[in-house]
Ligand binder design. Structure first.
Ligand code: SAH
Ligand code: SF4
Length: 365
C-alpha cells in the first residue's frame, strides 16, 4: 500500500524522507507542490530530480478524498459531499463574503457527543477522519475554487465547525492545523483558523500546548442543568471546569477572547433571564458571543427563536458591554448551515436506530 503524503505535515514529511534516505529539505519542496500548487502527480514536481520523482511515484501517492456531491445555494454558499470510504461521506462548506472566504471543514464521520439540537449528533458516529481526509477538504476546495477565480486564494479562513468534535480527534487534526499554518502549505495566520469545541477540556489544554489557534466554545446554556441537557458532554466537563479551561487557553491563544457560540432555541435558552445569567460567565472569561439562529432539520424537536427575541437577548449582553454578533444563516436550502451537516454516516453507535431516520441529502449534482 502506498503512503499518502496528504497525511503528513512538515515534520511528518521530514521523517518520511529521512526514512527513505533523502534530505529533509525535500519536505519543503513537496509541501509547496502539494499544498500551494495543488499537485497530485509527482511528474509535475520539476525541481525534484527525475529519479526521485520516479521513486516517490512507486512508494507514495497524493490521494485526496473524493467529492461525490457539489451544490451551490442562491447566496453562493457551496457544499461538497466528500466520500471518505465506501460507507461514509462528510460535508465541507465554502462561505464567500466580501473580502474573505471561509471553508468549514469536518473532522469526524458523525459525532459521539449527541448534542440535542445537532443533526450530525443525531446521525451517530462512525470514525475519526485521517489527516489526509481533513486537509484534503481544503486541498480540494482550493483546487476547485482557485481555478474559477484566478490567482487570488479564495479561502482566507478555515473553521473546524463541520461534522464532528475536532478535539476528540486531535492526533489527526493537529497535523492538519500545522499544514493550514505552514507558510509552505496554506500560510494562514493562527487567527484565521478556528477550532470549535463543545467543551472537551483535555483537548483544549492539548490544543493550547501544541497548536493554539482561535477557539470557539459551543456554550448554548448559561447553567449546568440546562447545558447538561443540550450539550451532554457538560456532565463530564461542567461549566466550572470549562471556564477554567477557557482561561488557561487564553494564556496561549492568538486572540485575547474566546468566542462563545450560542444557538438560539425558542423557549429553551433564549429568554432575557438566560442572557442575564450569561453575564456571570462573561465576568469570568474574556469572551465574545456569537448567537446562532437554530437551523432546523427533520424531527429535531426545536424551533428557532424569533428575530425579536434574539434582539432582546443580544441587547442584554450588549448593555453589559459585551460584543455580540448574530450569525447570518447561509446555505440553508442546501442543508449547509450550522448543525445541518449530516453527510452520510454508517452509524456504529446505533443511535439512528433509536430515533427517527434523517433523509439522505439531495444534491444538485
Ligand atoms: N463539534 C464542534 C464543532 C462542530 S458544530 C462543536 O460542537 O462546537 C459547529 C457549531 O454548530 C457548534 O457551535 C454547534 O453547536 C452548532 N450547531 C449544531 N447544531 C446546530 C443547529 N441545528 N443549528 C445551529 N447551530 C448548530
Ligand atoms: Fe458533535 Fe458538535 Fe454536533 Fe455536538 S454540536 S453533536 S459536539 S458536532
Amino acid at each position: 500500500m502506498k503512503v499518502n503524503l496528504l497525511d503528513f505535515d512538515r515534520a511528518g514529511l521530514e521523517r518520511y524522507f529521512a526514512a527513505i534516505g533523502e534530505k529533509p529539505f525535500r519536505a519543503r519542496q513537496v509541501l509547496h507542490w502539494i499544498h500551494q500548487r495543488g499537485a497530485s502527480d509527482f511528474a509535475a514536481m520539476t525541481d525534484i530530480a527525475k529519479s526521485l520523482r520516479t521513486r516517490l511515484a512507486e512508494s507514495a501517492e497524493i490521494r485526496p478524498p473524493q467529492a461525490v456531491g457539489d451544490s451551490t445555494a442562491a447566496d453562493d454558499t457551496r457544499k461538497w459531499l466528500i466520500k471518505v470510504d465506501g460507507a461514509n461521506a462528510v460535508d465541507a462548506v465554502f462561505i464567500p463574503e466580501t473580502g474573505r472566504g471561509t471553508l468549514c471543514v469536518s473532522s469526524q464521520a458523525g459525532c459521539v457527543l449527541d448534542c440535542a439540537f445537532c443533526s450530525t449528533g443525531k446521525q451517530g458516529f462512525n470514525r475519526n477522519l485521517s489527516t489526509a481526509e481533513i486537509i484534503g477538504q481544503l486541498w480540494m476546495a482550493n483546487r476547485v475554487l482557485g481555478r474559477r477565480q484566478g490567482a487570488e486564494r479564495p479561502i482566507t479562513n478555515v473553521v473546524l465547525m463541520g461534522m464532528g468534535e475536532p478535539l476528540l480527534n486531535l492526533d489527526a487534526v493537529l497535523p492538519a492545523l500545522h499544514l493550514m499554518l505552514d507558510d509552505d502549505a496554506y500560510g494562514l495566520s493562527r487567527r484565521r483558523v478556528t477550532v470549535s469545541t463543545s467543551g472537551v477540556v483535555p483537548g483544549m489544554d492539548r490544543l493550547a500546548r501544541e497548536c493554539p489557534v482561535a477557539l470557539a466554545v459551543s456554550l448554548h446554556a448559561p447553567n449546568d442543568s440546562l447545558r447538561d441537557r443540550l450539550v451532554p458532554v457538560n456532565r463530564k466537563y461542567p461549566l466550572r471546569d470549562l471556564l477554567a479551561a477557557c482561561r488557561r487557553y487564553l494564556q496561549r491563544a492568538p486572540r485575547d477572547f474566546i468566542t462563545f457560540e450560542y444557538v438560539m432555541l425558542d423557549g429553551v435558552n433564549d429568554s432575557p433571564a438566560h442572557a442575564r445569567e450569561l453575564l456571570a460567565i462573561a465576568a469570568r472569561v474574556r469572551c465574545k458571543f456569537n448567537l446562532i439562529p437554530f437551523n432546523p432539520f427533520t424531527d429535531s424537536g426545536f424551533r428557532r427563536s424569533s428575530p425579536d427575541c434574539m434582539r432582546r437577548f443580544a441587547e442584554v449582553l450588549q448593555q453589559a458591554g459585551l460584543t455580540v454578533t448574530t450569525r447570518k444563516t447561509r446555505g440553508e436550502a442546501i442543508d449547509a448551515a450550522c448543525g445541518q451537516l449530516a453527510g452520510e454516516v454508517a452509524d456504529r453507535t446505533r443511535r439512528g436506530a433509536r430515533r427517527a431516520p434523517i433523509p439522505i441529502l439531495e444534491l444538485n449534482s
